[in-house]
Design a protein around this ligand. Structure first.
Ligand SMILES: [Zn+2]
Length: 386
């Protein structure tokens, strides 16, 4: 990507399909008074965090967000000392996290002009944390911008919401996802097309493209319903164990990358003032990433399994093959549809959703997986089938 002029900062051009949000934010920056608090509302994986990073870069980069300089690069890597990410510890953002934010907010920036505090999943601010944040929002320091990212603004304290400027982000269609993958991530076009259709959102599709093992693992996940029916309840224990192994491998690959990042980070922070706090921030983020990576493995397996049952349901309703997600196995899906009870399929999809939600709340993953697979192992037949 080449450097652009100040009129077309490259950081903003990374956002695809969010023209309104980009216009609002760029106008705000251009006005010289960008405002102190934003609420970025929209589903996961559509560029909300990237927009926050573009905003942070455009406020701190000497060229207004060129996308190529050291400042922009570090903002994008979340390794800039004036850009803070606050994410839930477990299920909630805690008041201690907001207290740390408040302390940092009143310090001058380490090296940039404006400190940016990005709150991921801001609807998970617990009541005490919300009230602590509200106090800062009521009297924000001049060189600070807060960005609260959420998919459910109704779960935030209304007084917090009313202090923020709302910016809406919209879901990307498969064609937009495909375009992002090809133009920004050099994805091979047929892989991008497959990932865009099956991933559902940009971050998932991107993972599929970046990770050469992903298609193979997806095939294995799609095999789970068949294995359960063929081999009975003991198979659910085996499958849960396999997924736990898959998660452990993903976390260990991540840990390796994190070690490299920490080494780079310590090198970047020669300044004694920054080292301790910055190192702790990186390490905290790494812990959260590890937890998230593990959950994400289970979640993607369950989504794949759900896509199988959804396709069976659709196939049973007579939709054409190209309306299915897993077109490559249409034949198998139609065979399953001939015998499966649609009401059982709907129930199965609901139970998978429940399990995904439970896993996001840090329940005992392996036990939850064994339980759901046990249930899926005894499908009910359609009336008159067999
Ligand atoms: Zn720059």
């Amino acid at each position: 990507m080449s450097a652009r002029t100040g009129n077309d900062p490259a950081m903003w051009s990374r956002l695809i399909g969010q023209e309104t949000a980009v216009r609002i934010l760029r106008d705000a920056v251009a006005s010289g008074a960008p405002g102190h608090a934003y609420l970025f509302v929209g589903p996961q994986g559509v560029g909300r965090e990237l927009a926050a990073m573009a905003l942070a870069a455009s406020l701190n980069c000497p060229d207004g967000g060129c996308g190529v300089c050291d400042v922009c690069a570090r903002v994008l890597r979340r390794a800039h000392p004036d850009v803070y990410t606050i994410a839930p510890e477990g299920a909630q953002i805690l008041v201690d996290q907001v207290r740390t934010v408040r302390e940092n907010a009143y310090l001058s920036p380490y090296e940039g002009r404006v400190k940016v505090f990005l709150f991921e999943d801001a609807h998970r601010l617990n009541p005490a944390a919300s009230n602590a944040l509200l106090k800062v929002l009521e009297e924000p320091p001049g060189d600070v911008v807060f960005v609260l990212v959420t998919e459910s603004p109704e779960d935030l304290l209304p007084t917090v919401v009313s202090r923020c400027r709302r910016v809406d982000f919209f879901p990307l269609g498969p064609a937009e996802i495909e375009r992002v993958l090809v133009t920004q991530h050099d994805a091979e076009p047929s892989l991008a097309s497959w990932a865009a259709r099956t991933g559902g959102d940009l971050s998932t599709a991107l993972r599929f493209v970046k990770d050469p093992g992903a298609p193979e693992r997806r095939r294995a996940h799609l095999d789970i319903p068949g294995r359960l029916v063929r081999s009975g309840p003991s198979e659910s224990v085996r499958i849960a164990a396999e997924l736990a192994e898959e998660a452990a491998a993903a976390v260990s690959a991540l840990t390796k990358r994190q070690k490299d990042e920490l080494a780079r980070h310590l090198e970047a922070f020669g300044d004694a003032r920054a080292t301790g706090a910055a190192r702790k921030r990186v390490e905290d983020r790494h812990k959260r990433e590890a937890r998230r990576t593990e959950t994400e493995v289970y979640d993607s397996a369950l989504r794949d399994v759900a896509s199988f049952y959804r396709d069976v349901l659709l196939a049973g309703a007579g939709v054409p093959d190209d309306a299915l997600v897993n077109t490559e196995m249409a034949e198998r899906l139609r065979r399953a549809a001939a015998v499966a009870d649609p009401a059982w399929l709907v129930g199965a999809l609901e139970r998978i959703e429940d399990t995904r939600r439970a896993l996001a709340r840090n329940v005992q993953a392996v036990l939850a997986l064994e339980a759901i697979f046990m249930e899926l192992g005894t499908p009910r037949a359609r009336a008159g089938a067999r």
